[in-house]
Design a protein around this ligand. Structure first.
Ligand code: PMP
Length: 480
């Protein structure tokens, strides 16, 4: 009897995870085509010349993305004239909102003087940006580059050279850019293998074999993995708040253990703070946790809306890049590294974040709380259970980040990537295949159900978001 009942429950859970979303997506796609003919036309042309019609897969909502014409603060306008409330905010880089006056006026004035594109030279600006980063994050040395991907790859090269070891440990769900030591353990497979697999073709197996995938927020598993492999591990790369992997803050216990294990086994601890750097205060999230990594990777916000990233850390590790050691770790090159216009944007925004830290970050945290509440209550009013990650009691301060999940059970604990990406725990179809287009039809932009509040968002924007979620929930409820 009991077994039969368990089977029935299991069966009903399975059916929850595989509902037929095709009619819903068909209805939405037709509506999207009707109300956005110009974006549709641009998309057709774009697809002739660009793979899938663009240059970053995440941005290419299916069946076609809105083509953005203008952006200011929290809002976008597309080619069809829709005003869209944006929570993607430049991959979460635009902490002050799109095109903040403080940065654009500075750039406009130097461009008017004929300054800003004289790249390929040494100048004062990059020294000033580096000084702010070192002062605010407590690192000895920083190297500026153009993407978080490169910065992560270089950090791993430094760690491997410094330790003379080969293994790179990362967590399942951890995204560190599309570079050789990161393209494993990204996509959750529901065939029982979880995050174990390699997520690209084109790499030498010997290279991906060197990447060890452990579990985020799982101290026992981390200790076990170090126990087995620790004396071969060059570095453990982890985000203090995992972004694409579920937007989940690490527990303090997990980060402290990571620090201790890296010390004990002689591995380097690398914090990938591409998302979290300057997001929670004018510095790193690691510092707020009180955990000091050996290397830190920065990106997004540090660029002030321009392509800037950095890796930084202890002098004895970083100096392997330098002439005194014969540039033994060779990261030379980078035509646009420390580009002067980018440096000016970076310096202007960073200085503003430092100067107005006391005003900006509490405001962002309030907006973040209102944003997560708006999503949860909007969906609840429409009859759909939604939960936002992005904050937790472990996080030392409030949060302006969110990812939306649709757990089958109210009691589900969403504190690991394994929980949020397991279709047995959360409805992946709704999050991945439905939500983006459904919200866009309500004039709200999110990408893969996550994003951030920007300083320019308002309380009214959160009411707009709540109403949008309520209407999405009602639409979904007709099909799910
Ligand atoms: N690390 C993390 C944590 C990221 O979120 C990203 C980008 N989303 C990257 C690295 C890669 O940065 P970029 O896109 O600038 O190459």
């Amino acid at each position: 009897m009991l077994l039969e009942w368990f089977d029935r429950i299991a069966g009903s859970r399975r059916s929850m995870k595989t509902w037929d979303h095709i009619p819903l997506v068909g209805e939405m796609a037709a509506e999207h085509a009707r109300r956005s003919p110009r974006s549709a036309t641009v998309d057709r042309t774009a697809k002739r010349h660009l793979v899938d019609g663009g240059s970053h897969t995440l941005r290419l909502l299916q069946p076609f993305p809105p083509r953005i014409a203008t952006a200011k603060g929290g809002w976008l306008t597309d080619e069809d004239g829709h005003r869209i409330l944006d929570f993607w905010q430049g991959h979460m880089a635009n902490i002050l909102g799109h095109n903040p006056d403080i940065v654009t006026t500075e750039l406009a004035s130097v461009f008017a003087e004929g300054f800003g594109l004289q790249s390929g030279l040494a100048d004062r600006l990059q020294a000033e940006v580096a000084e702010i980063i070192c002062r605010q994050t407590g690192v000895d040395r920083v190297r500026l580059t153009t993407s978080g991907t490169l910065a992560n790859m270089y950090a791993v090269m430094l760690a491997r050279a410094f330790t003379g070891r080969s293994l790179v440990m990362k967590v399942g769900g951890g995204w560190h850019g599309a570079q050789p030591w990161s393209l494993k353990g990204i996509r959750f497979r529901d065939d029982g293998s979880g995050f174990g697999g390699v997520d690209t073709d084109g790499l030498a197996p010997a290279m991906t074999d060197e990447v060890i995938v452990t579990r985020f927020n799982d101290p026992l598993r981390l200790a076990d993995d170090f126990d087995r492999l620790g004396d071969r591990v060059a570095c453990f790369v982890v985000e203090p708040l995992i972004g694409a992997g579920g937007t989940i803050p690490a527990t303090r216990e997990y980060l402290e253990l990571a620090r201790e294990l890296c010390h004990r086994y002689g591995a380097l601890l690398i914090f990938d703070e591409v998302i979290s750097g300057f997001r929670f205060h004018a510095g790193t999230l690691g510092a707020l946790y009180g955990v000091r990594p050996d290397l830190t990777v920065l990106g997004k916000i540090v660029g002030g809306g321009m392509p800037v990233a950095a890796f930084a850390g202890r002098a004895d590790i970083m100096d392997q890049l330098g002439r005194e050691q014969g540039c033994r770790v060779n990261v030379s090159g980078g035509t646009y590294s420390a580009h002067p216009a980018s440096m000016l944007a970076a310096k202007t925004q960073l200085a503003h974040l430092v100067d107005d830290e006391q005003e900006i970050y509490p405001r962002l945290a309030d907006l973040g709380a209102a944003m997560r509440k708006a999503v949860e209550s909007g969906f609840a009013e429409g009859g759909v259970l939604a939960r936002c990650t992005g904050d937790s009691d472990d996080l030392p301060t409030g949060s302006s980040l969110f990812m939306v999940h649709f757990p089958h059970d109210e009691a589900s604990v969403l504190n690991t990537p394994e929980a949020v990406f397991d279709p047995e725990v959360c409805d992946q179809i709704l999050r991945e295949k439905v939500l983006g287009l459904a919200l866009l039809l309500e004039d709200v932009n999110v990408v893969l159900a996550h994003g951030a509040a920007a300083r320019e968002h308002t309380e009214d924007d959160m009411t707009f978001l709540e109403e949008a979620c309520r209407r999405v929930a009602r639409r979904v409820a007709r099909f799910r």
